[in-house]
Ligand binder design. Sequence first.
Ligand SMILES: NC(=O)C1=CN([C@@H]2O[C@H](COP(=O)(O)OP(=O)(O)OC[C@H]3O[C@@H](n4cnc5c(N)ncnc54)[C@H](O)[C@@H]3O)[C@@H](O)[C@H]2O)C=CC1
Ligand SMILES: O=C([O-])C1=[NH+]CCC1
Length: 312
Amino acid sequence: MSELPVLISRDDVVRLLKNSDLIPRLEKVMGMFSKRNNAEVIQPLRTIIPLHKYNGFVGMMPAYVAHEDILATKMVSLYRRGNDSVLPAHQATVLLFDPERGNVTAVMDGTAITEKRTAAVSAISAKLLMPARAEVLCILGSGPQAVSHYEVFTEMFSFKEIRVWSRRRERAEQFASALQGPVTVCSSVKDAVVGADVIITVTLATEPVLLGEWVKPGAHVAAVGACRPNWRELDDALMREAVVYVDSREGAAAESGDIILSGASVFAELGEVINGTKPAEREKTTVFKSLGMGIQDAVSAKLVFDQWKSQL
Ligand SMILES: NC(=O)C1=CN([C@@H]2O[C@H](COP(=O)(O)OP(=O)(O)OC[C@H]3O[C@@H](n4cnc5c(N)ncnc54)[C@H](O)[C@@H]3O)[C@@H](O)[C@H]2O)C=CC1
Ligand SMILES: O=C([O-])C1=[NH+]CCC1
C-alpha cells in the first residue's frame, strides 16, 4: 500500500507560492509547450463536464512535464451564481503524483494556485507585450482574479495610476479599500479604459464588456475571462484590430468565444515569444487571450510541494 498523500491547505499554498519563484518556471514550461515536443510536455485539451442544471461546469486538467518529472491534474469548477451567493465562482484541487510509482503524493488547494498562476501568466504577457512607457493600468472585474492580478502587477511594475471598474460599484469600492495602494474606482467601463496602457479583463461576462473603440492604440489587453466557446469579454473590433497572442492554440480554438466568434486569427503563443520564435509586437495593440493550462498548475503544485517538504 502506498503512503497516503499529504494535504496542503489554501493558507499554505498562499504562503509558499511566491511570484519570484513561480514566474521563471511558468516562462520555462510555456516555452517548452510551444515547441510541441511530446517527449517534453504532455497536456491534453481540458475535459469539460457541463452542469447546465447548476449553471456551471467542472474541468479536468492533467499534465506531465517530463523535463522536471512533474505529473499533476487539476479539477476546477466554475459556477455562474446569483449576485448574492456567498459561494466562490471557482473552486479547484490539484493532485500531484509520483510519476515513477504512480501514486498521489499531495492533494492541495487549487483555488489559490489558479488565482496566482493565472495572474502571473498575465504579468508575463504584460512584461513582453505592453508599451514601453506604460503608466495606467485598468482592471475590469473585482473578484479573486482581480485581487491576484493587482498583487502581481503592482509587485512587478510601477504604474502611475490604477483604475478598477466592476458591474456593481460597491464591489469595486470594497476591492479598492481592501488594497494597500491608491486605486481609482470608475463608474463605467469606458471611463476606466480610455487612456489605459494595460487593461486586464477578469469578469464573468458572457457578452463583450470591452469595446475596441475605447482602447488606446498600442495598449496591451490581458483577457482572462470568457473561457467558453460562446462567451465573450471583448468585441469583434478589438479582436480583429489587435495582434492576438494565446497560451495554447488548441485551447483557444476549442474554448475561446472571443477568438472563435470574432474570427480573429491567432498570431502567436506566449511560449513562442518566450522562445524568440515569434516577435512581441509591443508598439501595436495586443491581446493576450488566457484560458489556463494544466502545465501552469503542475509547475505551481510542484513548487508548493517542494517548499512544503523543505520546511518540515
Ligand atoms: N484564464 C485563466 O486561466 C483563468 C480564467 N479565469 C476567469 O477569470 C474571470 C474572473 O474570475 P474570478 O475573479 O474568480 O471570478 P468572480 O466571479 O469572483 O468575479 C468576476 C467578476 O466579474 C463580474 N461579472 C460577473 N458577471 C458579469 C457580467 N455579465 N458583466 C460584467 N462583469 C460581470 C463580477 O461582478 C465580478 O467582479 C472568470 O471569467 C474566470 O472564469 C479564472 C481562472 C483561470
Ligand atoms: O485554467 C483554469 O483553471 C480556468 N480557466 C477558466 C476557468 C478556470
